[in-house]
Design a protein around this ligand. Sequence first.
Ligand SMILES: Nc1ncnc2c1ncn2[C@@H]1O[C@H](COP(=O)(O)OP(=O)(O)OP(=O)(O)O)[C@@H](O)[C@H]1O
Ligand SMILES: [Mg+2]
Length: 247
Amino acid sequence: MSPVRTVEFPGFIQTVQLLRAQVTTPDEYPYSIPALRGFETLELDGKVTFLVGDNGSGKSTLIEAIAVAAGFNAEGGSKNFRFATRSSESPLHQHLRLVRSARRIDGFFLRAESFFNVASEIERLDVTDSYGGVSLHEQSHGESFLALAQHRFGGNGLYILDEPEAALSPQRQLSLLAIIHRLVEHERSQFLIATHSPILLAYPGALIYQLGADGIREVAYEDTEHFTITRDFLNGRERFFKHLFDE
Ligand SMILES: Nc1ncnc2c1ncn2[C@@H]1O[C@H](COP(=O)(O)OP(=O)(O)OP(=O)(O)O)[C@@H](O)[C@H]1O
Ligand SMILES: [Mg+2]
């Protein structure tokens, strides 16, 4: 069992530790991912923590392992979801130790990639009413995603999201920011989010970790590529085109 801390911490998971001594295949996936090579511990914010990094940097691998170690289904859902349409989760979760607060973990794990399967499971369990009364399959991707966040993220929860922006227009990303704010500030919730969205990343006071060739390090919002490239692009996209299309 994971150790339980007695000091007051606003969230559910305070620290993620990799028990390196247990790893027998350090040169294989997922330990071979550059960001995870030297990985030992990660302190999470009690409210909102983001994982950023290039495609293939290891965000989904790490976030899924944390979710599974926390008791969630590898493909997503709330803690009582047990369906699996594939079984390709990495073994990383077996060697993670979560330093947790005394609160019992409840909440939701959502991967953009398997949202369709989560929606199917909700229908199978016949709990459509908890999601706004309209089948998630009869709403658009973004509508159903936001309906789920609005109706099923009930507060006092740990919410682990992998690229939630994949479904959401910029306007709906702002709506998600408002949902996050309500849940962390008024309903004692904690979020861990892997994202490429400069809008979501702007959440005030969030802790941002960048996964890269040199490991996992904390980064300021204004120093993320998401912020700098988006800003520079919007401020002068012609310069980018000149560089990108130059033959
Ligand atoms: N089942 C697997 N077996 C072997 N390698 C894998 C497996 N799943 C992912 N990888 C590799 O691990 C690396 C990290 O993948 P991961 O999906 O965690 O990246 P990511 O940061 O989430 O990327 P993206 O931003 O594109 O979602 C990639 O190089 C990927 O090819
Ligand atoms: Mg990913």
